[in-house]
Design a protein around this ligand. Sequence first.
Ligand code: C2O
Ligand code: CU
Ligand code: CU
Length: 552
Amino acid sequence: MKRRAFLSGSASLIGAAVASVFARESLAQSVAQSISEPAHDSMHGMQAMPGMAPASSAMPASAPLAAVDALPAGAPLAALRTLANERREPGHFRATLVAQPAARPLLAGQAPTPFWQYDASGPGDTTGPVIGPMLDLQEGDNVEITFVNRLAQPSTIHWHGLPVPPDQDGNPMNPVAPGEQRVYRFTLPAGSAGTYWYHPHPHMQSAEQVFRGLAGPIVVRAADDPLAAWPERHLFVSDLKLAADGTIPANGMMDWMNGREGQFVLLNGAREPLIEVARDERWRVWNGCNARYVQLAFDDGRAFAQVGTDGGLLGAPREGVTSLLLAPGERAELIVRAAPRGAPGAQVALVAAQYDRKKMAMSHGSLPATPTQKLATVRFLAAGAEAQAPQAALPRRLRPIAPLLATSAKQKTPRKTVVFSEAMDMHAMHQPGASALAMPRGMQFMVNGATWSPSRVTFASRRGEVETWAIENRSDMDHPFHLHGTQFQVLAREQGGTIVEESLLAWRDTVNVRPGETVHIATVQREAGDRMFHCHILEHEDLGMMGVVRVS
Ligand code: C2O
Ligand code: CU
Ligand code: CU
């Protein structure tokens, strides 16, 4: 009972506009009296609430979900599609991305599942993974992507993590209307090599567009990549909630509250594919889920090396890693080693291990931890079984990373504070038809006491000026913080008065913040314009847990 503290800060900020703000405990208690909820059921819990609209509404009562083994498993991991370059000259990349509906046969005996997906052009590709085609780019490239919106709602393409000009970054303030198109142009600077992704960012509709299939990977390569000789594998993790009739249901109340998690976690669009590792490999892993946390591990506890984060390589490999948390939106580069030469192979599972992000429940303070989910079967073959030449050792230095914040400059660095908070208004949630809206009433996820409005600027910053930001999570669940247009460095994590300095110097654009935690980062923006920052649980972003920094 004690863990769910009343959110005094947010209550005063909401003020008179909201009739009654309940702490989670009191909300949970009174709701628990009025409904019978299947215990701990994050999928169905709130749809059973009295006063919720019937199935005829825009947010229908939940249809039965497909069984967790309804999708086939065990096929070899599919390679991601790549987006073909229409230009021949080095240094130029030009292509078209069309967001459009495409139906894919998924469930036996059911009509094909309608997805929304990115395709190069022409009709939707219904054979490869639903993941958007990979943009395989080089530092220095002039990139020109024509985006065609064939959806029935506005959309944008956001280049998550890339240092592109603000007006090319697919901000919600720059929507592309249904049937329209626009060209995004940017040049990739030196030092930008890394693992990124693209996805829609329209006002209040990002979550739906991503869970219906709109997201794709980006790799930016450096000419002097020290790991260029390692065979590369791409693992794009996505999440799918599928009804038994093969359709993708709309978000329910619980999806909005905790962020949507489906019954399927997919790797390159498939359930539990098979990966065979015969040489040491470089893995790029994306968490492209709306809300699912991926605590990446092998179920036999074997170690791997981490060599990169969101914004590219680390200074040096981090050996002996047995589990690595990727919050929604985060990426990593790993070295996964084949079995030693002559040793017998092994078959293990790659998993998203149990993780407790303190999801809210309606009948208790919080839901239990998300249980371990299998991502893939991995067969480790003895090294050299398929390759003639033995592999070189992993370099001890990968690239230099300078601290953004010089120790001497700490005092005069501008400082900003981002506060994440939440408030649940039970009266609004109980109003007739509350769930018939595209967005549920009565749930607030806030940045500095307010939900996002296109007319408000949260912060002002100056181009080229290094700043420290403190990201404070004053809510009861984990929220992954994400900042556009730049890569930042985590300086320290503070919890209950204890400050732990970050030992890993790394470039990131997304960092998880635990309840009650404050994460300190150093960051700098290089171009004038408006940059978004937000929680990367996409439902929370849509509900307004987002702010703008105006750079001049
Ligand atoms: Cu990946 Cu503002 O988003
Ligand atoms: Cu982003
Ligand atoms: Cu959040």
